[in-house]
Design a protein around this ligand. Structure first.
Ligand SMILES: Cc1cc2nc3c(=O)[nH]c(=O)nc-3n(C[C@H](O)[C@H](O)[C@H](O)COP(=O)(O)OP(=O)(O)OC[C@H]3O[C@@H](n4cnc5c(N)ncnc54)[C@H](O)[C@@H]3O)c2cc1C
Length: 240
C-alpha cells in the first residue's frame, strides 16, 4: 500500500524545490504553507480536482496518470517544469511531466512502472505561477479550457522567462512555447497580453464536443491565457 511507504506520503524540500510524494492528496498540498507560497498555481490546480471529499484522496500523480486531457493539476505542473520520478522493475528514472500522458487515457509508463513522486524545482526569485480554468458551472465540473503559466522577472521588472501550458484543448496537455515567447522581454503590458492571447488560441487544437465547440475553446484559451498571465505577473511582483 502506498500509504505505508513514507516517501510517497510526504512533501519534502529538496535542492530548494519541493518533492511531493505520489500518494499526497491535494488537500494535504493545500494545507502546506511553504508549497503554496512557492507554487500557488500548482496548489490551485490541484485544489480544483473534484470536491472537498475527492481532494482528501485525489493525488496529482493520479490526476496525471489518469491522462485525462482536462486534468486540472497538469497544466500548472508543466508550466513549472515539474519532473516526475518513475520507478519500475529496471530502476527509477526522471521524466518531464509533459511526457507522461501521451493520449486520452494513455501514458508513457511501461508495464510495472509507477510514479513515486513529483519534483517542483526551486522557485526562481521574482517569479509567479497561476492556473485558471473555464467551466460552465461554478464548481465540480470538467475544464473546457485550462491554462497554467509560470513567469520570472529580471531585476528591472522585465519578463525574463515564461512557460505556458494548455489543458482540455488537445489530446494531451500542450506546452505552448510560441505563446510563452510573446511574454519574454516585455513588461506584460496590454499589447503583449493581446499577442499572448492570439498565440495561445493558435496553439490550441481542441475538438467540438458537448461542452464546447472547437472555435469557442480556442477563443476561451486566449481569454484565459491573458487572465492567467496577469495573476502570475502580480504574484511575481509580490502584489498578490
Ligand atoms: C466526483 C469527481 C470529480 C472530479 N473532478 C475533477 C476535476 O474537477 N478536475 C480534475 O482534474 N479531475 C477531476 N476528477 C478526476 C480526477 O482526475 C481523478 O479522480 C483523480 O485526480 C485521480 O487521483 P487518484 O489519486 O484518486 O488516482 P486514481 O483514481 O487512483 O488513479 C487514476 C489513474 O492513475 C493511475 N495511477 C494513480 N496513481 C498512480 C501512480 N502513482 N503511478 C502510476 N499510475 C498511477 C491509476 O492506475 C489510474 O489508472 C474527478 C473525479 C471525481 C470522482
Amino acid at each position: 500500500m502506498s500509504s505505508e511507504i513514507a516517501e510517497m506520503c510526504e512533501i519534502n524540500q529538496e535542492d530548494g524545490g519541493w518533492r511531493i510524494g505520489a500518494a499526497v492528496p491535494s488537500a494535504q498540498m493545500n494545507e502546506h504553507a511553504g508549497l503554496k507560497a512557492d507554487w500557488p498555481g500548482i496548489v490551485e490546480g490541484a485544489d480544483l480536482i473534484g470536491s472537498t471529499q475527492i481532494q482528501g484522496r485525489a493525488t496529482m500523480a493520479g490526476n496525471l496518470c489518469n491522462a485525462g486531457p482536462a486534468a486540472d493539476s497538469v497544466p500548472a505542473m508543466v508550466a513549472a517544469g515539474a519532473i516526475v520520478r518513475v520507478a519500475g522493475p529496471s530502476g527509477s528514472r526522471d521524466v518531464p511531466v509533459e511526457d507522461i500522458p501521451t493520449a486520452p487515457g494513455k501514458t508513457s509508463l511501461a508495464k510495472g512502472e509507477l510514479v513515486t513522486s513529483i519534483f517542483l524545482p526551486a522557485k526562481p526569485p521574482r517569479s509567479g505561477s497561476a492556473y485558471l480554468r473555464f467551466i460552465p458551472r461554478t464548481e465540480m465540473d470538467i475544464a473546457v479550457v485550462g491554462v497554467g503559466i509560470t513567469l520570472t522577472l529580471d531585476e528591472a521588472g522585465t519578463i525574463a522567462a515564461a512557460s505556458v501550458a494548455l489543458g482540455a484543448v488537445g489530446p494531451k496537455v500542450i506546452k505552448a512555447d510560441t505563446a510563452a515567447k510573446t511574454l519574454i522581454g516585455t513588461k506584460g503590458d496590454e499589447s503583449t497580453l493581446e499577442k499572448l492571447a492570439a498565440a495561445a488560441s493558435a496553439a490550441a487544437t481542441p475538438i467540438d464536443d458537448k461542452r464546447g465547440t472547437a472555435e469557442f475553446r480556442k477563443d476561451v484559451t486566449g481569454v484565459l491565457a491573458r487572465r492567467t498571465a496577469k495573476i502570475a505577473l502580480a504574484r511575481a511582483k509580490g502584489e498578490a
